[in-house]
Design a protein around this ligand. Structure first.
Ligand SMILES: [Zn+2]
Length: 288
């Protein structure tokens, strides 16, 4: 069954989905209504909003309760494990009990310094177990840790409901094993930078039914030719916005030699196959 698209038209060809975004980030919250209005005007009507820390979770839930089309996800990101409380896992389980959704953003990171790899792995595995027990998909962050990710997933498999690899940048060789684990590969606008040819070649190798796009706003600002909105500066950093997805998607369509309508249709079907049951308009969603 195709769930209704939040009362905004069932599957109009240019209903775009930002499959990974942080609307609760301070860089976006002060002007969130305007950010979402610009986003809707650009055709983006679904936002998969990832909580990354305990303090994020109530904010993500609140935004999703107020804004139609926002799918809330709850997880503890490897950058935020240092500030976790003793009750973090119980708290997370409670959020997922009241709002069944995807577990994210979670993952492994060998880029940040300093880092506690043992703690990262422990926290990541605990969240994979929770997702498996509750039959929920996961949203994965993986930076410079692809071998480590495969090693962990062999010991602690992802849920059968699948996983989204956000801002995918891994090698071509691991696409196939990840596909076997029901992976979805989500690309951000940074793949359109001239120097990112390798990533665009990787994109071509992703099975078409596993492809998704995202902005990762307020991070990962796309190159100037692929922006809908001039970036606002926040605390010394140029902010990305979900409206930019429209231009990113046009760039990806051109690279894949598809029309924008064709790509939007494909990505909408891929999104629904993965997260359709969590759309607020779907009667199966939110049934705790
Ligand atoms: Zn993220």
């Amino acid at each position: 069954m195709i769930p209704p698209h939040n009362g905004l038209g069932a599957s109009a060809p240019l209903d775009l989905v930002d499959n990974h975004v942080h609307l609760q980030d301070e860089a976006l919250t002060s002007g969130l209504e305007a950010v979402l209005d610009r986003s809707r005007a650009a055709g983006v009507r679904t936002w998969v909003c990832n909580g990354a820390s305990e303090k994020d979770w109530p904010r993500v839930a609140e935004i999703a309760a107020r804004q139609p089309g926002v799918i809330p996800c709850f997880g503890l990101h490897p950058w935020h494990i240092g500030s976790r409380s003793g009750q973090w896992l119980d708290q997370l389980a409670q959020w997922l009990e009241s709002i069944p959704s995807a577990v994210g953003e979670i993952g492994l990171d060998r880029w940040i310094k300093p880092r506690d790899e043992a703690a990262q792995e422990e926290v990541f595995r605990a969240q994979l177990r929770l997702a498996r027990e509750r039959h929920l998909p996961v949203m994965i962050h993986c930076v410079r840790a692809w071998d480590w990710l495969l090693e962990v997933l062999r010991k602690e498999p992802p849920p059968a409901e699948g996983m989204l690899l956000h801002a995918y940048s891994g090698p071509v060789e691991i696409i196939e094993p990840l596909v076997q684990w029901q992976a979805r590969f989500s690309f951000a606008g940074t793949l359109l930078h001239d120097h990112n040819l390798r990533l665009r070649e990787t994109l071509e190798r992703i099975p078409k039914d596993r492809l998704l796009l995202e902005t990762d706003s307020p991070d990962l600002l796309p190159p100037p030719d692929y922006r809908v909105v001039e970036p606002v500066w926040f605390q010394g950093k140029a902010r990305n916005e979900p409206a930019n997805l429209r231009a990113i998607q046009a760039g990806v369509a051109a690279w894949l030699k598809m029309s924008e309508t064709e790509l939007a249709g494909l990505l909408w079907r891929n999104h629904l196959a993965f997260l359709g049951s969590f759309h607020p308009g779907n009667p199966a969603a939110r049934a705790a």
